[in-house]
Design a protein around this ligand. Structure first.
Ligand SMILES: Cc1cc2nc3c(=O)[nH]c(=O)nc-3n(C[C@H](O)[C@H](O)[C@H](O)COP(=O)(O)OP(=O)(O)OC[C@H]3O[C@@H](n4cnc5c(N)ncnc54)[C@H](O)[C@@H]3O)c2cc1C
Length: 551
């Protein structure tokens, strides 16, 4: 087997779709007999939906989501912060809510498109060992039989308690703010035992408060809480347990109803919905302990890779745990494809950890800060928080940063699979505008650029301007060429090659990235991160640098 994926959670299912789409022989092993029916993640972000677009499933996922939600922080009858992003830089709403089991079912069904992908439920991977050609996994089947399976590469997507991570003896470390300065300082000997955890009760209910259409963080020192509207008439409630508080005290319907009333009391008086009893409305209630931890390494020997919760765990307040796992798979799978198809040397796989680890640390800390805003239980601390947030709210540029979610860590890889000297866009995720095609169709940009390397240029003469990209390394990589027209298509002309697409970007974003200069070209990776922008005179340098990265 070329690739073995351990664990059919969202990360493993996405990785299987990406590899299946690339035609790579893959097996997905799941210890349970079916997908889990426990919803945990409830929000999906714009990057997550864009990744679903890459496997052709964004529309179906969107149909089952509540798109474009706002998130409000409320305290003592007043809104502290209203996050309501209006922009869709990556083509999708920045905050949407969804039902995780439905999402996973869509990903699983998506795998039926790929004959190269096998899905095997009831297969519990017990051990792994290396040989000269890859990894030997021992798995216990539901029948109790033991089987050995060989894989050239293993993607451990087996969740927070990852047996694969433990087997590889890769320690988990707590995340601290100084890791922003040095992402690898988490590899110091600080033990996981020093991690600060938080206990929360998570309750999924039938929604009887449709007026609460936003996500609300109740900054109530008596009981910090969160509510999230869910698709198909559902609603999530989350309540923080106080230190030492027995879990049983909170689990009865009466206790939960009281917590809900307490939370609603934090809203402005004229917006409080009347809450009735919870009887017959609770679908599920579970205690969770939220962690902020990261694996010391995301890979072992260029053969085994940790993805998703197996590599990192974060509190859910930024809605980034699952989304980070989706980014992991989206980052790694095209690199694996290049290596398996002998287009690149295994060395490029090192860039997976190099790119993902610092970004995940930012996301963990971002989630912790958001959690820190609602969790103060001391009245003085809560008062200070309100004062600071109210002051920020009065300063328009700062307020805009919060409202438009500009405070969220941007998808920007500062080092890794990129070419030096490519300017400030290097490593950043490209925006995804709606673009206009010659036949009058309007589409999202990625539908045209595809999931391959691409070159973008301002061009009124694509056959001439892209001629150098029709040969050599560009041909070998099947690079797709995007000719950005300024205002209209030249009548009667057709593209000189099926590897060239002509588009008009009325938003002007792509032209602005190219500084409106016809002598520049942008090189993008299959995951739509920019590898650099260069003058065409530097083409030989870029070709050499790209060849060096791949070799
Ligand atoms: C209350 C709560 C709310 C959350 N809200 C959000 C949110 O809004 N947005 C967000 O992005 N994230 C959120 N998260 C985080 C999100 O749920 C997780 O990050 C995500 O589910 C992790 O996906 P995964 O595929 O990496 O791991 P998992 O979903 O844990 O899947 C791992 C799979 O591996 C299988 N497995 C394990 N060991 C083996 C083995 N040895 N052999 C075979 N199979 C194995 C397991 O059975 C499981 O199916 C939330 C989490 C919680 C708890």
């Amino acid at each position: 087997m070329r690739v073995v994926i351990v664990g059919a959670g969202p990360t493993g299912l996405l990785a299987a779709n990406l590899l299946g789409q690339a035609g790579i022989e893959t097996v997905l092993l799941e210890r349970n007999l079916d997908l889990t029916d426990h919803p945990r993640a409830i929000t999906i972000d714009d990057e997550g939906l864009r990744i679903c677009q890459a496997i052709g499933l964004a529309e179906e996922v969107s149909e089952h989501a509540l798109l474009k939600r706002a998130a409000h922080y409320v305290s003592r009858g007043r809104y502290l912060v209203k996050i309501a992003p209006t922009q869709q830089p990556y083509g999708y709403p920045q905050i949407s809510t969804f039902h995780q089991p439905t999402f996973e079912a869509i990903l699983l069904k998506g795998l039926q498109r790929f004959s190269c992908v096998q899905v095997r439920f009831g297969c519990h991977v017990k051990t792994l060992a290396y040989d000269d050609h890859g990894v030997i996994l021992q798995l216990e089947k539901h029948s109790g039989n033991i089987e050995e399976l060989h894989g050239e590469y293993v993607l451990a997507c087996d969740g927070g308690r990852s047996g694969m991570r433990q087997h590889l003896e890769i320690p988990l470390h707590p995340t601290r703010f100084w890791h922003l300065l040095d992402p690898y300082s988490h590899q110091s000997r600080r033990s996981i035992r020093s991690e600060r955890t938080q206990r929360w009760l998570v309750v999924d209910t039938v929604d009887d408060m449709p007026t609460l259409s936003s996500i609300i963080f109740f900054c109530n020192p008596a009981r910090p809480a969160v509510t999230v509207p869910a698709p198909a008439g559902g609603r999530r409630w989350e309540f923080m347990l106080k230190p030492g508080e027995p879990e049983e005290d909170l689990l009865s319907d009466e206790a939960i109803t009281h917590c809900i009333q307490q939370a609603l009391h934090t809203l402005p008086a004229n917006e409080r919905p009347t809450s009735s009893s919870l009887a017959n409305k609770t679908i599920r209630k579970t205690m969770y302990t939220f962690h902020s931890t990261i694996a010391e390494r995301f890979a072992a020997g260029r053969r085994v890779f940790l993805l998703g919760d197996a590599a990192h765990q974060m509190p859910p307040f930024g809605g980034q745990g699952m989304n980070s796992g989706l980014r992991d798979a989206s980052n790694l799978c095209w690199k694996l494809q290049l290596v398996i198809q002998s287009t690149a040397a295994p060395r490029i796989l090192d860039s997976y950890q190099q790119e993902r680890l610092p970004h995940v640390i930012q996301m963990i800390l971002f989630s912790s800060v958001l959690g820190g805003l609602i969790m103060p239980t001391h009245p003085l601390l809560a008062g200070a928080r309100d004062l600071v947030l109210n002051s920020i709210h009065r300063i328009p540029p700062l307020r805009r940063q919060l409202t438009d979610m500009e405070v969220k860590p941007q998808p920007h890889y500062r080092s890794g699979f990129q070419i030096s000297g490519g300017g400030p866009w290097t490593g950043k995720l490209l925006p995804q505008p709606h673009i206009l095609l010659r036949d009058g169709q309007r589409q999202l940009y990625d539908h045209v650029s595809g999931n391959t390397f691409s070159i973008v240029r301002l061009s009124n003469n694509p056959a001439h301007d892209f001629e150098p990209f029709m040969r050599g390394i560009w041909r070998q990589l099947a690079v797709h060429c995007i000719a950005l027209r300024s205002t209209s298509f030249a009548p009667g002309q057709i593209a000189a090659s099926e590897r060239i697409s002509e588009i008009i970007d009325e938003s002007g974003q792509l032209a602005a990235i190219l500084q409106h200069r016809h002598d520049l070209f942008l090189l993008a990776r299959p995951d739509h991160h920019c590898m650099g922008i260069f003058p065409i005179t530097k083409l030989p340098h870029v070709e050499q640098a790209l060849a060096a990265i791949l070799s």
